[in-house]
Design a protein around this ligand. Structure first.
Ligand code: HEM
Length: 437
Protein backbone atom coordinates (compact mmCIF):
# COMPACT_ATOMS: atom_id res chain seq x y z
CA UNK A 1 0.00 0.00 0.00
CA UNK A 2 2.83 2.40 0.95
CA UNK A 3 4.53 1.76 -2.40
CA UNK A 4 1.31 2.56 -4.23
CA UNK A 5 0.84 5.90 -2.42
CA UNK A 6 4.52 6.73 -2.79
CA UNK A 7 4.39 6.14 -6.58
CA UNK A 8 1.13 8.08 -6.89
CA UNK A 9 2.56 11.06 -4.92
CA UNK A 10 5.76 11.00 -6.98
CA UNK A 11 3.85 11.08 -10.28
CA UNK A 12 1.66 13.91 -8.98
CA UNK A 13 4.72 15.87 -7.87
CA UNK A 14 6.44 15.41 -11.23
CA UNK A 15 3.27 16.50 -13.01
CA UNK A 16 2.93 19.59 -10.79
CA UNK A 17 6.58 20.53 -11.22
CA UNK A 18 6.28 20.11 -14.98
CA UNK A 19 3.17 22.36 -15.06
CA UNK A 20 4.90 24.99 -12.92
CA UNK A 21 7.99 24.99 -15.14
CA UNK A 22 5.75 25.30 -18.21
CA UNK A 23 3.79 28.17 -16.63
CA UNK A 24 6.87 30.19 -15.70
CA UNK A 25 8.83 29.27 -18.82
CA UNK A 26 6.47 28.99 -21.79
CA UNK A 27 9.44 28.97 -24.17
CA UNK A 28 11.32 25.84 -23.00
CA UNK A 29 13.59 25.71 -26.04
CA UNK A 30 14.47 29.32 -25.26
CA UNK A 31 14.03 30.47 -28.82
CA UNK A 32 15.44 33.96 -29.23
CA UNK A 33 13.25 36.88 -30.24
CA UNK A 34 14.12 38.29 -33.67
CA UNK A 35 16.94 40.89 -33.67
CA UNK A 36 16.04 44.57 -33.30
CA UNK A 37 15.25 47.09 -30.63
CA UNK A 38 12.08 47.56 -28.57
CA UNK A 39 13.04 51.17 -27.77
CA UNK A 40 11.72 52.92 -24.68
CA UNK A 41 9.19 51.27 -22.34
CA UNK A 42 5.67 51.64 -23.76
CA UNK A 43 6.65 54.39 -26.26
CA UNK A 44 8.93 51.93 -28.02
CA UNK A 45 10.19 53.32 -31.33
CA UNK A 46 7.00 55.23 -32.19
CA UNK A 47 8.79 58.61 -32.34
CA UNK A 48 11.52 57.27 -34.60
CA UNK A 49 8.85 55.92 -36.96
CA UNK A 50 6.77 59.10 -37.01
CA UNK A 51 9.70 61.54 -37.20
CA UNK A 52 10.89 60.23 -40.58
CA UNK A 53 9.62 58.71 -43.79
CA UNK A 54 8.24 55.30 -42.66
CA UNK A 55 9.86 53.67 -45.69
CA UNK A 56 13.27 54.93 -44.57
CA UNK A 57 12.59 53.66 -41.02
CA UNK A 58 11.70 50.17 -42.30
CA UNK A 59 14.50 50.06 -44.89
CA UNK A 60 17.21 51.08 -42.39
CA UNK A 61 15.99 48.44 -39.93
CA UNK A 62 16.10 45.81 -42.64
CA UNK A 63 19.64 46.85 -43.60
CA UNK A 64 20.76 46.55 -39.99
CA UNK A 65 18.93 43.42 -38.81
CA UNK A 66 17.94 41.47 -41.91
CA UNK A 67 14.55 40.37 -43.19
CA UNK A 68 12.97 39.70 -39.78
CA UNK A 69 13.29 42.14 -36.88
CA UNK A 70 11.40 43.28 -33.82
CA UNK A 71 10.30 46.76 -32.81
CA UNK A 72 7.65 48.41 -30.63
CA UNK A 73 5.17 50.85 -32.17
CA UNK A 74 2.08 52.62 -30.74
CA UNK A 75 2.15 50.47 -27.60
CA UNK A 76 2.43 47.16 -29.47
CA UNK A 77 5.44 44.85 -29.71
CA UNK A 78 5.82 43.97 -33.39
CA UNK A 79 7.75 41.63 -35.63
CA UNK A 80 8.38 43.04 -39.09
CA UNK A 81 9.10 40.70 -41.96
CA UNK A 82 10.42 41.60 -45.37
CA UNK A 83 11.10 38.42 -47.33
CA UNK A 84 8.62 36.83 -49.76
CA UNK A 85 8.96 33.49 -47.89
CA UNK A 86 8.10 35.04 -44.52
CA UNK A 87 5.14 36.95 -46.02
CA UNK A 88 3.84 33.69 -47.54
CA UNK A 89 4.29 31.95 -44.16
CA UNK A 90 2.22 34.59 -42.33
CA UNK A 91 -0.44 35.29 -44.97
CA UNK A 92 -0.87 31.93 -46.67
CA UNK A 93 0.71 28.71 -45.35
CA UNK A 94 0.30 29.43 -41.62
CA UNK A 95 -2.49 32.00 -41.93
CA UNK A 96 -4.37 30.15 -39.16
CA UNK A 97 -1.66 31.21 -36.66
CA UNK A 98 -2.07 34.93 -37.42
CA UNK A 99 -5.37 36.76 -37.08
CA UNK A 100 -6.25 40.06 -38.77
CA UNK A 101 -6.32 43.01 -36.37
CA UNK A 102 -8.05 46.32 -36.96
CA UNK A 103 -9.05 49.10 -34.56
CA UNK A 104 -12.61 48.50 -33.29
CA UNK A 105 -13.76 51.82 -34.82
CA UNK A 106 -12.86 50.60 -38.34
CA UNK A 107 -14.82 47.39 -37.77
CA UNK A 108 -17.85 49.38 -36.67
CA UNK A 109 -17.63 51.64 -39.68
CA UNK A 110 -17.12 49.02 -42.38
CA UNK A 111 -19.25 46.39 -40.64
CA UNK A 112 -18.16 43.61 -38.28
CA UNK A 113 -19.13 40.88 -40.74
CA UNK A 114 -16.82 42.15 -43.51
CA UNK A 115 -14.23 39.69 -44.85
CA UNK A 116 -11.18 41.60 -43.55
CA UNK A 117 -11.98 40.95 -39.89
CA UNK A 118 -12.36 37.16 -40.12
CA UNK A 119 -10.42 33.92 -40.37
CA UNK A 120 -11.40 30.29 -40.90
CA UNK A 121 -14.49 28.92 -42.65
CA UNK A 122 -16.46 32.17 -42.83
CA UNK A 123 -13.46 33.98 -44.33
CA UNK A 124 -12.85 31.16 -46.84
CA UNK A 125 -16.50 31.24 -47.90
CA UNK A 126 -16.48 35.01 -48.46
CA UNK A 127 -13.23 34.79 -50.36
CA UNK A 128 -14.73 32.16 -52.66
CA UNK A 129 -17.80 34.35 -53.26
CA UNK A 130 -15.72 37.46 -54.02
CA UNK A 131 -13.41 35.55 -56.36
CA UNK A 132 -16.38 33.99 -58.15
CA UNK A 133 -17.71 37.44 -59.04
CA UNK A 134 -14.33 38.56 -60.43
CA UNK A 135 -13.53 35.47 -62.51
CA UNK A 136 -13.26 36.07 -66.28
CA UNK A 137 -16.56 34.23 -66.77
CA UNK A 138 -18.34 36.87 -64.67
CA UNK A 139 -16.56 40.04 -65.70
CA UNK A 140 -16.17 39.44 -69.39
CA UNK A 141 -19.72 40.64 -69.95
CA UNK A 142 -18.98 44.06 -68.48
CA UNK A 143 -15.67 44.86 -70.23
CA UNK A 144 -17.50 47.04 -72.78
CA UNK A 145 -19.36 48.87 -69.99
CA UNK A 146 -16.08 49.50 -68.16
CA UNK A 147 -14.71 50.94 -71.39
CA UNK A 148 -17.77 53.21 -71.68
CA UNK A 149 -17.22 54.45 -68.12
CA UNK A 150 -13.57 55.17 -68.99
CA UNK A 151 -14.50 57.01 -72.18
CA UNK A 152 -17.17 59.06 -70.34
CA UNK A 153 -14.65 59.92 -67.63
CA UNK A 154 -12.07 61.04 -70.19
CA UNK A 155 -14.65 63.12 -72.07
CA UNK A 156 -15.69 64.79 -68.81
CA UNK A 157 -12.09 65.97 -68.28
CA UNK A 158 -12.00 67.98 -71.52
CA UNK A 159 -10.92 71.57 -70.84
CA UNK A 160 -10.89 71.22 -67.05
CA UNK A 161 -8.05 71.59 -64.60
CA UNK A 162 -8.31 68.34 -62.65
CA UNK A 163 -7.03 66.59 -59.56
CA UNK A 164 -6.06 63.25 -61.08
CA UNK A 165 -6.53 61.19 -57.91
CA UNK A 166 -10.05 62.59 -57.34
CA UNK A 167 -11.04 61.82 -60.95
CA UNK A 168 -9.62 58.30 -60.66
CA UNK A 169 -11.57 57.82 -57.45
CA UNK A 170 -14.82 58.72 -59.23
CA UNK A 171 -13.99 56.35 -62.08
CA UNK A 172 -12.97 53.52 -59.70
CA UNK A 173 -16.17 54.01 -57.69
CA UNK A 174 -18.31 53.69 -60.81
CA UNK A 175 -16.46 50.55 -61.94
CA UNK A 176 -16.75 49.07 -58.43
CA UNK A 177 -20.51 49.63 -58.45
CA UNK A 178 -20.78 48.10 -61.91
CA UNK A 179 -19.02 44.92 -60.77
CA UNK A 180 -21.08 44.78 -57.57
CA UNK A 181 -24.56 45.65 -58.89
CA UNK A 182 -24.19 44.97 -62.61
CA UNK A 183 -25.95 47.22 -65.07
CA UNK A 184 -28.48 48.26 -62.37
CA UNK A 185 -25.77 50.38 -60.81
CA UNK A 186 -26.83 53.57 -62.64
CA UNK A 187 -30.15 53.47 -60.77
CA UNK A 188 -28.45 53.72 -57.38
CA UNK A 189 -25.13 55.40 -58.25
CA UNK A 190 -25.91 58.91 -57.01
CA UNK A 191 -27.55 57.83 -53.71
CA UNK A 192 -24.78 55.37 -52.93
CA UNK A 193 -22.14 57.94 -53.86
CA UNK A 194 -23.65 60.55 -51.53
CA UNK A 195 -23.55 58.19 -48.53
CA UNK A 196 -20.20 56.59 -49.36
CA UNK A 197 -18.44 59.94 -49.72
CA UNK A 198 -19.62 61.00 -46.24
CA UNK A 199 -18.56 57.65 -44.77
CA UNK A 200 -15.14 58.01 -46.35
CA UNK A 201 -14.57 61.49 -44.89
CA UNK A 202 -14.89 60.20 -41.33
CA UNK A 203 -13.00 56.94 -41.82
CA UNK A 204 -9.80 58.24 -40.23
CA UNK A 205 -11.48 60.61 -37.76
CA UNK A 206 -11.40 60.31 -33.96
CA UNK A 207 -13.90 57.56 -33.12
CA UNK A 208 -16.23 59.75 -31.02
CA UNK A 209 -19.82 58.95 -31.86
CA UNK A 210 -21.47 62.22 -30.78
CA UNK A 211 -23.77 64.41 -32.92
CA UNK A 212 -21.70 66.83 -35.00
CA UNK A 213 -18.52 64.74 -35.13
CA UNK A 214 -17.18 63.41 -38.43
CA UNK A 215 -17.31 59.90 -36.99
CA UNK A 216 -21.02 60.29 -36.16
CA UNK A 217 -21.78 61.56 -39.67
CA UNK A 218 -19.90 58.62 -41.12
CA UNK A 219 -21.79 56.11 -39.00
CA UNK A 220 -25.09 57.66 -40.14
CA UNK A 221 -23.97 57.53 -43.76
CA UNK A 222 -23.10 53.88 -43.21
CA UNK A 223 -26.66 53.23 -42.06
CA UNK A 224 -27.86 55.04 -45.18
CA UNK A 225 -25.76 52.73 -47.36
CA UNK A 226 -27.16 49.66 -45.58
CA UNK A 227 -30.72 50.94 -46.20
CA UNK A 228 -30.11 51.43 -49.92
CA UNK A 229 -28.60 47.95 -50.12
CA UNK A 230 -31.59 46.48 -48.26
CA UNK A 231 -33.86 48.07 -50.88
CA UNK A 232 -31.80 46.54 -53.72
CA UNK A 233 -31.82 43.13 -52.01
CA UNK A 234 -35.58 43.15 -51.62
CA UNK A 235 -36.12 44.22 -55.24
CA UNK A 236 -33.85 41.42 -56.48
CA UNK A 237 -35.68 38.86 -54.37
CA UNK A 238 -38.99 39.94 -55.87
CA UNK A 239 -37.66 39.75 -59.43
CA UNK A 240 -36.09 36.29 -58.85
CA UNK A 241 -33.49 36.84 -61.59
CA UNK A 242 -30.02 35.29 -61.70
CA UNK A 243 -27.17 37.89 -61.54
CA UNK A 244 -23.48 37.36 -62.31
CA UNK A 245 -22.26 40.31 -60.22
CA UNK A 246 -20.88 40.38 -56.68
CA UNK A 247 -24.28 40.98 -55.09
CA UNK A 248 -25.63 37.98 -57.05
CA UNK A 249 -22.73 35.89 -55.75
CA UNK A 250 -23.43 36.87 -52.12
CA UNK A 251 -27.18 36.28 -52.57
CA UNK A 252 -26.80 32.69 -53.85
CA UNK A 253 -29.33 30.38 -52.13
CA UNK A 254 -26.66 27.95 -51.00
CA UNK A 255 -24.55 30.65 -49.37
CA UNK A 256 -26.97 31.44 -46.60
CA UNK A 257 -25.60 34.90 -45.83
CA UNK A 258 -27.73 37.27 -43.76
CA UNK A 259 -28.63 40.71 -45.14
CA UNK A 260 -26.28 42.20 -42.57
CA UNK A 261 -23.39 40.02 -43.78
CA UNK A 262 -24.13 40.93 -47.40
CA UNK A 263 -24.28 44.67 -46.65
CA UNK A 264 -21.05 44.65 -44.60
CA UNK A 265 -19.21 42.85 -47.38
CA UNK A 266 -20.55 45.04 -50.18
CA UNK A 267 -19.44 48.16 -48.28
CA UNK A 268 -16.14 46.40 -47.50
CA UNK A 269 -15.45 45.59 -51.15
CA UNK A 270 -16.22 49.17 -52.27
CA UNK A 271 -13.74 50.28 -49.64
CA UNK A 272 -11.10 47.71 -50.70
CA UNK A 273 -11.50 48.37 -54.41
CA UNK A 274 -11.86 52.10 -54.72
CA UNK A 275 -8.90 53.99 -53.26
CA UNK A 276 -6.48 51.19 -54.12
CA UNK A 277 -7.45 51.15 -57.79
CA UNK A 278 -7.58 54.96 -57.96
CA UNK A 279 -4.07 55.23 -56.44
CA UNK A 280 -2.64 52.70 -58.87
CA UNK A 281 -4.25 54.48 -61.84
CA UNK A 282 -2.83 57.80 -60.66
CA UNK A 283 0.68 56.33 -60.32
CA UNK A 284 0.38 54.73 -63.77
CA UNK A 285 -0.36 58.15 -65.27
CA UNK A 286 2.58 59.69 -63.42
CA UNK A 287 5.03 57.00 -64.54
CA UNK A 288 3.77 57.12 -68.12
CA UNK A 289 4.17 60.90 -68.11
CA UNK A 290 7.75 60.53 -66.92
CA UNK A 291 8.63 57.70 -69.31
CA UNK A 292 7.72 58.78 -72.82
CA UNK A 293 8.95 55.59 -74.48
CA UNK A 294 6.71 53.49 -72.24
CA UNK A 295 3.82 55.88 -72.87
CA UNK A 296 4.30 55.42 -76.60
CA UNK A 297 4.59 51.68 -76.15
CA UNK A 298 1.13 51.43 -74.65
CA UNK A 299 -0.61 54.03 -76.81
CA UNK A 300 1.03 54.43 -80.21
CA UNK A 301 -0.87 52.96 -83.13
CA UNK A 302 1.62 53.06 -85.99
CA UNK A 303 1.20 50.07 -88.31
CA UNK A 304 4.45 48.11 -88.43
CA UNK A 305 4.83 48.76 -92.13
CA UNK A 306 5.06 52.52 -91.39
CA UNK A 307 7.34 52.22 -88.40
CA UNK A 308 10.72 53.82 -88.94
CA UNK A 309 13.19 52.68 -86.34
CA UNK A 310 15.73 55.46 -87.08
CA UNK A 311 13.06 58.15 -86.73
CA UNK A 312 12.06 56.60 -83.47
CA UNK A 313 15.63 56.57 -82.12
CA UNK A 314 15.97 60.20 -83.13
CA UNK A 315 12.75 61.09 -81.33
CA UNK A 316 13.78 59.22 -78.22
CA UNK A 317 17.45 60.29 -78.37
CA UNK A 318 17.72 56.64 -77.45
CA UNK A 319 20.89 54.94 -76.34
CA UNK A 320 20.68 51.53 -77.94
CA UNK A 321 23.12 49.93 -75.51
CA UNK A 322 21.37 50.91 -72.32
CA UNK A 323 17.82 51.66 -73.27
CA UNK A 324 15.49 48.94 -74.46
CA UNK A 325 12.69 51.42 -75.09
CA UNK A 326 12.78 50.77 -78.84
CA UNK A 327 12.12 47.10 -78.07
CA UNK A 328 9.10 48.18 -76.09
CA UNK A 329 7.70 50.23 -78.92
CA UNK A 330 8.39 47.65 -81.60
CA UNK A 331 6.74 44.92 -79.57
CA UNK A 332 3.79 47.14 -78.75
CA UNK A 333 2.96 47.82 -82.39
CA UNK A 334 1.57 44.34 -82.55
CA UNK A 335 -0.39 44.81 -79.32
CA UNK A 336 -2.17 48.03 -80.25
CA UNK A 337 -2.52 47.37 -83.92
CA UNK A 338 -4.16 43.97 -83.61
CA UNK A 339 -6.68 45.29 -81.09
CA UNK A 340 -7.46 48.31 -83.25
CA UNK A 341 -8.02 46.15 -86.31
CA UNK A 342 -10.19 43.52 -84.63
CA UNK A 343 -12.06 45.79 -82.20
CA UNK A 344 -15.79 45.83 -82.59
CA UNK A 345 -17.94 48.61 -81.17
CA UNK A 346 -16.74 47.94 -77.62
CA UNK A 347 -13.62 46.42 -76.14
CA UNK A 348 -13.99 42.71 -75.39
CA UNK A 349 -12.45 40.43 -72.79
CA UNK A 350 -10.27 38.80 -75.48
CA UNK A 351 -8.84 42.22 -76.37
CA UNK A 352 -7.66 42.77 -72.81
CA UNK A 353 -5.67 39.54 -73.07
CA UNK A 354 -3.75 40.95 -76.04
CA UNK A 355 -2.05 43.70 -74.04
CA UNK A 356 1.12 42.23 -72.49
CA UNK A 357 2.82 45.66 -72.56
CA UNK A 358 -0.03 47.27 -70.70
CA UNK A 359 -0.05 44.40 -68.19
CA UNK A 360 3.65 44.87 -67.53
CA UNK A 361 3.13 48.60 -66.95
CA UNK A 362 0.46 47.75 -64.37
CA UNK A 363 2.68 45.13 -62.69
CA UNK A 364 5.64 47.49 -62.53
CA UNK A 365 3.48 50.28 -61.14
CA UNK A 366 2.14 47.96 -58.44
CA UNK A 367 5.74 47.11 -57.56
CA UNK A 368 7.32 50.58 -57.58
CA UNK A 369 4.42 52.44 -55.99
CA UNK A 370 3.56 49.61 -53.54
CA UNK A 371 0.49 51.55 -52.53
CA UNK A 372 -0.13 49.28 -49.54
CA UNK A 373 3.30 49.33 -47.89
CA UNK A 374 2.40 46.68 -45.32
CA UNK A 375 -0.43 44.88 -43.58
CA UNK A 376 -1.05 43.73 -39.99
CA UNK A 377 -1.64 40.40 -38.33
CA UNK A 378 -1.47 39.22 -34.69
CA UNK A 379 0.06 35.90 -33.56
CA UNK A 380 -2.69 33.79 -31.96
CA UNK A 381 -0.09 31.55 -30.24
CA UNK A 382 3.68 31.40 -29.87
CA UNK A 383 5.05 30.76 -33.34
CA UNK A 384 8.53 29.64 -34.37
CA UNK A 385 9.88 31.08 -37.59
CA UNK A 386 13.42 30.41 -38.80
CA UNK A 387 14.62 29.70 -35.27
CA UNK A 388 13.04 32.87 -33.82
CA UNK A 389 10.08 33.15 -31.49
CA UNK A 390 7.10 35.29 -32.49
CA UNK A 391 5.29 35.52 -29.14
CA UNK A 392 1.51 35.18 -28.86
CA UNK A 393 -0.22 38.59 -29.03
CA UNK A 394 2.60 40.32 -30.93
CA UNK A 395 1.71 42.15 -34.13
CA UNK A 396 3.30 40.84 -37.31
CA UNK A 397 3.75 43.17 -40.26
CA UNK A 398 4.63 41.81 -43.71
CA UNK A 399 6.39 44.77 -45.38
CA UNK A 400 5.30 44.59 -49.04
CA UNK A 401 7.23 47.69 -50.05
CA UNK A 402 10.54 46.34 -48.70
CA UNK A 403 10.03 43.13 -50.65
CA UNK A 404 9.19 45.04 -53.84
CA UNK A 405 12.21 47.31 -53.40
CA UNK A 406 14.76 44.63 -52.52
CA UNK A 407 17.63 45.01 -55.06
CA UNK A 408 18.37 41.29 -54.86
CA UNK A 409 14.89 40.52 -56.18
CA UNK A 410 14.40 43.59 -58.40
CA UNK A 411 17.76 45.06 -59.52
CA UNK A 412 17.71 48.88 -59.58
CA UNK A 413 14.46 48.83 -57.60
CA UNK A 414 13.74 52.57 -57.79
CA UNK A 415 13.71 52.54 -61.59
CA UNK A 416 10.35 52.25 -63.33
CA UNK A 417 11.09 49.52 -65.85
CA UNK A 418 8.15 47.42 -67.07
CA UNK A 419 10.52 45.25 -69.11
CA UNK A 420 11.63 43.52 -65.90
CA UNK A 421 8.36 41.59 -66.09
CA UNK A 422 8.80 40.44 -69.66
CA UNK A 423 9.99 37.06 -70.81
CA UNK A 424 13.02 38.27 -72.73
CA UNK A 425 13.39 35.16 -74.89
CA UNK A 426 9.92 35.66 -76.32
CA UNK A 427 10.68 39.23 -77.35
CA UNK A 428 13.83 38.14 -79.13
CA UNK A 429 11.94 35.44 -81.03
CA UNK A 430 9.23 37.96 -81.83
CA UNK A 431 11.76 40.50 -83.13
CA UNK A 432 13.49 37.84 -85.17
CA UNK A 433 10.15 37.13 -86.82
CA UNK A 434 9.59 40.81 -87.59
CA UNK A 435 12.96 41.20 -89.23
CA UNK A 436 12.51 38.02 -91.24
CA UNK A 437 9.12 39.34 -92.43
C1 HEM B 1 -4.69 47.53 -57.45
C2 HEM B 1 -5.44 47.71 -56.46
C3 HEM B 1 -5.43 46.82 -55.22
C4 HEM B 1 -4.42 46.56 -54.36
C5 HEM B 1 -2.99 47.07 -54.42
C6 HEM B 1 -4.95 45.67 -53.35
C7 HEM B 1 -4.22 45.14 -52.30
C8 HEM B 1 -4.72 44.29 -51.36
C9 HEM B 1 -3.95 43.69 -50.28
C10 HEM B 1 -2.47 43.92 -50.04
C11 HEM B 1 -4.78 42.93 -49.56
C12 HEM B 1 -4.42 42.06 -48.37
C13 HEM B 1 -4.68 42.79 -47.10
C14 HEM B 1 -4.49 41.86 -45.92
O1 HEM B 1 -4.73 40.65 -46.03
O2 HEM B 1 -4.14 42.36 -44.86
C15 HEM B 1 -6.09 43.03 -50.16
C16 HEM B 1 -7.21 42.39 -49.69
C17 HEM B 1 -8.43 42.44 -50.31
N1 HEM B 1 -8.75 43.13 -51.45
FE1 HEM B 1 -7.50 44.23 -52.55
N2 HEM B 1 -6.26 45.43 -53.63
C18 HEM B 1 -6.59 46.11 -54.76
C19 HEM B 1 -7.81 46.13 -55.40
C20 HEM B 1 -8.90 45.42 -55.00
C21 HEM B 1 -10.14 45.35 -55.73
C22 HEM B 1 -10.43 46.03 -57.08
C23 HEM B 1 -10.98 44.60 -55.01
C24 HEM B 1 -12.39 44.25 -55.40
C25 HEM B 1 -12.88 43.11 -55.30
C26 HEM B 1 -10.27 44.17 -53.80
C27 HEM B 1 -10.79 43.39 -52.81
C28 HEM B 1 -10.07 42.90 -51.73
C29 HEM B 1 -10.63 42.02 -50.72
C30 HEM B 1 -12.07 41.52 -50.67
C31 HEM B 1 -9.60 41.73 -49.82
C32 HEM B 1 -9.68 40.83 -48.60
C33 HEM B 1 -9.17 39.46 -48.99
C34 HEM B 1 -9.10 38.49 -47.85
O3 HEM B 1 -9.21 38.87 -46.67
O4 HEM B 1 -8.92 37.30 -48.13
N3 HEM B 1 -9.01 44.69 -53.85
N4 HEM B 1 -6.03 43.86 -51.25
Amino acid sequence: MFIFWFSFASILLIFLLHSLVKFFNPNPRKLPLPPGSLGWPYIGETFQLYSQDPNVFFASKQLRYGSIFKTHILGCPCVMISSPEAAKFVLVTKANLFKPTFPASKERMLGKQAIFFHQGDYHAKLRKLVLRAFMPESIKNIVGDIESLAVDSLNSLEGRLINTFQEMKTYAFNVALLSILGKDEVLYREDLKKCYYILEKGYNSMPINLPGTLFHKSMKARQGLAQILAKILSKRRQMKLQHNDLLGSFMGDKEDLTDQQIADNIIGVIFAARDTTASVLTWILKYLGENQSVLQAVTVRIPLSQFNYLDFLYLQSGDLENDCSWLLVLASQEEQESIRQSKEKFLRWEDTKKMPMTSRVIQETLRVASILSFTFREAVEDVEYEGYLIPKGWKVLPLFRNIHHNPEIFPGPEKFDPSRFEVKALIIIFLAEIFVV
